[in-house]
Design a protein around this ligand. Sequence first.
Ligand code: NAD
Length: 458
Amino acid sequence: QTETFLNGSPKKNLVILGTGWGSVSLLKNLDTSEYNVTVVSPRNYFLFTPLLPCIPVGTVNNKSIVEPIRAIMRRTKGVVNYLEAEATDIDPVDRKIQIKVMSGNEIRDISYDYLVLGIGAQSTTFNIPGVYENAFFMKEISDAERIRSKFVENIEKASLLERGDPERRRLLSFVVVGGGPTGVEFAAELRDYIDQDLKKWVPEISSEAQVSLIEALPNILNMFDKRLVDYTEQTVTKANIDLRLNHMVKEVNKDSISANVKGEKVEIPFGLLVWATGNAPMDLSVKLMNSLAAQTEKRGLLINEKLQLLGAEDSIFALGDCTFHKGLFPTAQVAHQEGEYLARMFKELSKIDQLKWELNEAVGNPKVIKKLNFKITRLNAQIKDFHYRHMGTLAYIGADKAVVDVQLRNKRYSLQGSPFAFWFWRSAYLSMCISIRTRILVTLDWIKIFFLGRDSSV
Ligand code: NAD
């Protein structure tokens, strides 16, 4: 049974949308006994996205990087409700959201006093024709599983064809578009799998399999230090990844992509195409942008320094990849820190709301009203702006090598290669895992592949 009063005043309804980095960081740090907390998300688990590119090739098992939302909820101080549903509309005036329940598609309205948007983003296609129809994305566990099935299917189909058959060559062409961390890490994982595991089981196929990484700009991993970018480009090329820089993909067909290279059209056939060209706002974010005049940015929701949504500052907050910050990348690190910040902010808001309630009860008592107003102003002034502390950026680049760009006391340090950078990368990811359970499972997966290799079945 939920306790709906806090020190005599009614608890506020706090609705959190999403179960990604921002929302879960908020939930873990929030004093949930101070609010009626409801989490709404179509996904009933948290996904440790940094290790998602490992899933299609089985370096890590999919169950090892997810944590059920109910396990996270149970570890909080108060009672939290979870609804497996997708928010389809928001009414900031009446403070209501419309949700579509995942099982049965029932539509319901729920009211909120405070709403937190942690709804993430979707893969962008820049409206390039043919992407949705022919490419795979790398956002969710289901995407990774689909990529794995297609990859294994292509290998089996290719092994039925004669050597030299152009169709066999096409089936074994694995193309990744987008040289950001997602594209680089996935191309690296794929190459590792082909060189370390497929080579043992089907050597003739592994020698023909080709991994291509296509990037529109002159460099990959553009958020990294230039030295690390150069090192990564040399390393992936040495590892036999066909790196194509300055290739702007313009069209995707059933079996090939068409890219513009310095004014020339280049056709690249593929058997599997993975599309990783960054983020676009979710449909719900677009609806909000269109309905609030203060939302003038198309790339994401605009918020102020206290993470309040412009146009609905008194009741809606937004964090993580659904927002647009100038100078901040949409990363797990940013969303995580924003979640921690909001948890502290809600602690203060709960005190302010109690005082406001006391203020209502104190009608006709000017002395008490004055005292309470003073306290409210002081508490409001104590809420500091959000400041992001950049700790660094890491990426796995294949063959047990990683690039690490860390920031310590305002100084930037770079590490590259192996074994130190690689072990630093692994330790950092392990420490970022959400629970001891996921840490143990990921470690066991790494030990397992060290001794037994990766699994090649679907
Ligand atoms: P990204 O935005 O970082 O990179 C996308 C790349 O695709 C860009 O280099 C862009 O030039 C290229 N591109 C765009 N259109 C193209 C086209 N038509 N043809 C060819 N290339 C094209 O995207 P991401 O890797 O999906 O990452 C999304 C966000 O998540 C980023 O902010 C990233 O920093 C973050 N992230 C970080 C890590 C990490 O730190 N290890 C891992 C994954 C994601």
